[in-house]
Ligand binder design. Structure first.
Ligand code: THU
Length: 128
């Protein structure tokens, strides 16, 4: 793994954000953190009574980074009850900024690491 990635900081930020998850429908709380430009941005899932309106933790964290002007996405950590991999929509959203980004999926019991290109080998692109 890249020595410049603050994995412990990312795990702590994702776990803290997970505490604030709004998941009254699924009861499945997710926290995520992205490192971008050396800074850490966190997000949680935000569900809605109109179910499709719900937002995943990964895209919430990504949006926070982009809103701060930090688009150089260097690493992602996702924290949940079990080590989940990001959903397809979040994979595509992350691929916009770094198709090779390393992703660490964490639970209390386990960790699993993959690159985004392993999870989404052929993302959609408007360019040839
Ligand atoms: N969820 C995430 O936040 N990230 C994922 O990668 C998969 C699923 C959320 C969406 C929903 O609020 C809950 O987990 C159950 O699907």
């Amino acid at each position: 793994m890249n020595a410049n990635i603050d994995w412990d900081g990312l795990k702590a930020a994702a776990a803290a954000a997970r505490e604030n998850a709004h998941a009254p429908y699924s009861c499945f709380k997710v926290g995520a953190a992205v490192q971008a430009g050396g800074r850490i941005f966190a997000g949680c899932n935000v569900e809605n009574a109109s179910y499709p309106v719900g937002l995943c933790a990964e895209r919430a964290a990504l949006a926070a980074a982009v809103a701060a002007g930090c688009k150089a996405i260097e690493a992602v950590v996702v924290v949940a009850d079990r080590p989940l991999t990001p959903c397809g929509m979040c994979r595509q959203a992350l691929a916009e900024f770094n198709p090779e980004v390393p992703i660490l999926c964490v639970s209390d019991a386990e960790e699993a690491e993959a690159t985004l290109s392993q999870l989404l080998p052929d993302p959609f692109s408007l360019s040839d």
